[in-house]
Design a protein around this ligand. Structure first.
Ligand code: NAG
Length: 211
């Protein structure tokens, strides 16, 4: 083996359990919120749990998802610490790139939460708490899924900041998991809004008739 050609096991240590725990946490979170949100939509599970208060139930889900996100981030950080470093990632340029990615990622996540509000960000649609209009301003005019893409950006930034190639592997996993989640969520929420629009149109039709 050439001296500067690191083998795969020098880049990623597959013997670290923390790597797989982090991968599990990454996949678990969207799985969790999709299962719970669909249960809410079809059976009003959370609203019933909170005595019929869907707004409160949505806030509770938001707090749970947020906490699970913090746990996932902590597990990712631990996984990175257990992994080998790569010298090229320990340069000053790499650090600047990492901070830029972390900044972009956090800006996308924070501004999209700001634009949508808590219930708009955390699956309010499934609770029947719908947005009046589609949000089209920043950050939704630069990416259709700023929450997911911002989060992916932050994972990549952290991988570079820690100088761990294993972070690229986990970031790729984040990307795949979110892509699957979007493919599952987007048509469903589009359906929720299409239904609302049909009901609105029907109600307007009735208004005209009764006038
Ligand atoms: C996105 O919208 C913001 C205003 O919300 C605007 O300032 C910005 O220029 C827009 N960006 C693009 C790429 O259209």
């Amino acid at each position: 083996m050439a001296p500067f050609q690191p083998s795969v096991d020098q880049l990623v240590d597959l013997n670290q359990k923390s790597l797989f725990i982090s991968a599990l946490a990454i996949a678990f979170n969207p799985l969790f919120w999709n299962i719970v949100a669909r249960q809410e939509y079809h059976n009003k599970v959370l609203t019933k749990l909170f005595g019929g208060h869907s707004q409160t139930a949505c806030y509770a889900l938001a707090a749970t998802i947020f906490s699970l996100g913090l746990l996932r981030d902590g597990l990712y950080e631990r996984a990175l610490r257990d992994q080998p470093s790569y010298p090229l990632l320990e340069t000053l340029e790499a650090k600047y790139l990492a901070y830029a990615l972390l900044a972009v990622g956090n800006i996308l996540v924070v501004t999209s939460t700001w634009a949508l509000g808590i219930t708009g960000t955390f699956l309010g649609d499934y609770f029947g708490i719908l947005m009046d209009d589609v949000v089209t301003g920043f950050p939704f005019n630069v990416t259709d899924a700023p929450m997911y893409h911002g989060s992916t950006c932050s994972f990549l930034g952290a991988a570079i900041l820690y100088g761990k190639p294993a972070g690229f592997l986990l970031t790729g996993w984040v990307y795949i998991v979110y892509k699957i989640a979007l493919g599952y969520e987007n048509p469903f929420t589009a359906g929720i809004y299409a239904k609302r629009d049909r009901e609105r149109a029907a109600a307007e039709g009735n208004d005209k008739k009764s006038r």
